[in-house]
Design a protein around this ligand. Structure first.
Ligand SMILES: *Cc1c(COP(=O)(O)O)cnc(C)c1O
Length: 494
């Protein structure tokens, strides 16, 4: 299986090269030349452990890894770092199945992929005879940063530099990052929003002169953002696993279709669900749930993507995004794997901040359905699910839960539905307690709210939360958004 750029289908690389590069030289994203078929029977999958499903799925994509290499990566990733043996759990509430993807080290779903990415990356470096030290450059809306830091801290042959929007993440998210240990880690706040951070990082990746200087000093960039295929493919695994678990529980029959609802920001998580469907997993609708930054909702409704709008800070900050990078992959696939069409749309986005897809492309996206939740609706559904089922969800998951609730009322579609539950409620205690009690909390400290949530819900405090209460703050750099490159040069001594 080869990988090609969404902007130039003549640029072929192997899976391990795509993982190493992160982004193609032309600014495009790597996509598999075809989506492999899930040939293992659903019954057989329902008897497998998470790791076994992971191997079954990933080996179809990462074809230049040996069985031994890939299994070593999987074993190193999905171990006791996760608080549950199953790696992820499924809970039924509000008529849907919540797929809890937050039992890893940093209590957000990003751990599912970022616990394996460092191993995929260092294995890829070895396979390709790369001598340089790998510098992971990452922009984060909050959760990627910490999960990447945790994954790469003290991994030999790597360094990691994380940029986050100073006022665009929750206090718990910020504390998790700035207390990160590891001599190879660096965390920098920028005075800007997530899109500024992401744009700055992309520019450094594409800066030829900078990359040459890096090489001379024995470094090379790679990315831990969800644009890296080494993050996307491990995310396909849990949708297959979730289906298999529903089958095992007797909730569905083999072959029965399910719906999948995903609270969406950069479009990585839901794209993984789309890949699972394209592999042959019986999936009906893919429901893309947005917060008030509802650029994707408008896109699926009208066919026009338009980022020219106000950027809204919400209580689901990991979804406060106006440029959903991974959507580029969907454009490529739904344009009939045409890099010309995809590149043209991306160039329109760059010049005008918007583009409109053709009727054909829109038709090819009919598996997708957009929905969104306002801040009030997000709080309300948190309170309602707790009141009715005693189940507590975080604000991001609540966006998905609200969109599902509305969809079900409008369509009467009673297809078995999985909602991706993307973070522990403890990560966003302020808004979650607010939702539970129907109030806005502004005076209380984050730790007071964590304690309140503990009392209200009885959910055990995760290690990740206990840790930050006492950890030392190690990272204090704040920079302007146009100083990102300077900070990188300083950190690496260029
Ligand atoms: C990153 C994140 C999302 C959005 O996922 P994408 O893959 O960027 O669409 C949703 N919820 C949480 C908690 C996240 O950390």
């Amino acid at each position: 299986m080869r990988y090609l750029s969404t902007r130039n289908s003549k640029l072929y690389v192997t899976a391990s090269e795509a993982i190493l590069k992160g982004l193609s030289e032309d600014g495009g994203l790597f996509v598999p030349e075809s989506i492999p078929e899930l040939t293992t029977s659903l019954d057989a999958l329902s008897k497998m452990s998470y790791k076994e499903v992971a191997y079954d799925v990933m080996s179809r994509f990462f074809t230049d890894f040996t069985e031994e290499e890939l299994k070593a990566c999987i074993d190193a990733a999905y171990d006791s770092k996760f608080e549950t043996e199953n790696i992820c759990e499924m809970k039924k509430a509000g008529g849907a199945w919540f797929l809890e993807l937050y039992h890893g080290k940093t209590i957000a779903f990003k751990d599912m992929a970022l616990s394996i990415l460092p191993h995929l990356l260092t294995t890829s470096a070895k396979k390709n005879g790369v001598k340089e030290e790998i510098v992971i450059l990452t922009a984060t809306s909050g959760d990627t940063g910490k999960a990447a830091l945790a994954g790469f801290a003290d991994v030999p042959g790597t360094r990691i530099i994380v940029f986050y929007p100073k006022d665009g993440v929750s206090r718990v998210q910020e504390l998790q990052m700035v207390t990160q240990k590891g001599d190879n880690t660096k965390v920098i706040a920028i005075k800007g929003n997530f899109d500024d951070a992401q744009t700055g990082v992309k520019e450094m990746f594409n800066n030829k002169e900078l990359n040459e200087r890096l090489k001379e000093k024995g470094f090379r960039f790679s990315s831990a953002n969800s644009i890296n295929i080494g993050r996307l493919i491990p995310q396909v695994v849990y949708y297959v696993f979730a289906y298999a678990q529903l089958l095992k529980k007797g909730e569905i029959k083999a072959g029965e279709q399910i719906n999948i609802v995903v609270p969406t920001g950069n479009f990585g998580n839901i794209l993984a669900a789309y890949y699972a469907k394209r592999m042959g997993l019986p999936v009906n609708k893919l429901v893309c749930a947005s917060n008030e930054n509802k650029v994707l909702y408008d896109f699926f409704k009208t066919g026009t993507y338009d980022k020219n709008r106000e950027f809204i800070l919400t209580t689901s900050p990991s979804m406060d995004i106006l440029i959903s990078s991974n959507l580029e992959r969907l454009l490529f696939h739904t344009a009939g794997d045409s890099s010309e069409k995809c590149a043209a749309l991306m160039s329109e986005l760059k010049t005008f901040g918007k583009y409109t897809v053709s009727e054909d492309m829109k038709e090819n996206m009919s598996d997708f359905l957009g929905g969104f939740a306002t801040e009030k609706q997000t709080g309300d559904i948190i309170g309602r699910l707790f009141g009715e089922d005693g189940y507590v969800i975080d604000t991001h998951t609540a966006v998905g839960a609200h969109v599902y609730d509305t969809y079900r009322k409008e369509t009467k579609d009673d297809t078995v539905t999985v909602i991706a539950s993307t973070a522990s409620p403890y990560k966003f205690s302020r808004a979650v307690v607010g939702g539970l009690l129907g109030k806005v909390f502004t005076e209380e400290s984050d730790f007071e709210l964590i304690d309140m949530l503990h009392e209200l819900s009885g959910i055990e405090l995760p290690e990740a939360v206990k840790e930050i209460k006492t950890a030392e703050i190690r990272h204090k750099t704040v920079c302007e958004k146009n100083e990102m490159q300077k900070e990188v040069e300083r950190a690496l001594g260029l």
